[in-house]
Design a protein around this ligand. Structure first.
Ligand SMILES: [Zn+2]
Length: 183
């Protein structure tokens, strides 16, 4: 689900208003007015704060829509139990939910899976999802973040980094949950 255009527009708007805020801070400083007495600065500070709140709320809305949609339309979902830092490994995911807290998203998936009677399986974050060949299982070694496509050195299957990792996570999730072969 693509959220990129929206976050980009909001980020640009926020950056614009923040630049305006620092210009006003500089102006007050030039005039020798302390910031807490600089009316234009204070007014702009409110604009920036409201914008921050708006971004936070819209991000929450987006996450709720995405998690509800995923849970309603799938009986079984496997996720990598990543911390925010690990999330950046997946470029598509990172651009879709940008800097959103991954743990908040997994929490939503967890309780919504419970509400709708669906199964959420978490795969250990140390599972080497981007190092295994999803075709033959060969452990092909660490890949730098810049490696988006690679071929297995054992079976020569061509891989897209994110798709290969997703297939591995799914297989590992089904294996650990003892449901391999059902899906
Ligand atoms: Zn292979």
């Amino acid at each position: 689900m693509d959220n990129h255009r929206f976050t980009k527009a909001m980020r640009q708007k926020l950056a614009r208003e923040q630049r305006k805020l620092s210009r006003r801070a500089e102006g007050a400083k030039r005039r020798g007015v302390p910031l807490h007495k600089a009316k234009n600065y204070q007014k702009q500070k409110c604009v920036v704060a409201r914008l921050h709140e708006k971004v936070t709320n819209q991000r929450k809305d987006f996450l709720h829509k995405l998690s509800t949609d995923l849970i309603k339309n799938h009986d079984r979902i496997v996720v990598e139990d990543l911390h925010a830092k690990g999330m950046l490994r997946n470029r598509k995911l990172a651009s879709a939910i940008s800097d959103v807290s991954w743990s908040m998203f997994v929490t939503q998936l967890t309780y919504k899976a419970d509400w709708y009677g669906k199964q959420l399986i978490k795969v250990d974050r140390w599972f080497p999802s981007s190092q295994l060949c999803s075709s033959c299982g060969h452990h092909d070694g660490k890949k730098g973040l810049h490696v988006r496509k690679w071929s297995c050195s054992a079976c020569h299957a061509p891989h897209d980094r994110d798709i290969n990792a997703a297939v591995n996570i799914l297989q590992e999730g089904l294996r650990t949950a003892g449901t391999a072969g059902i899906a």
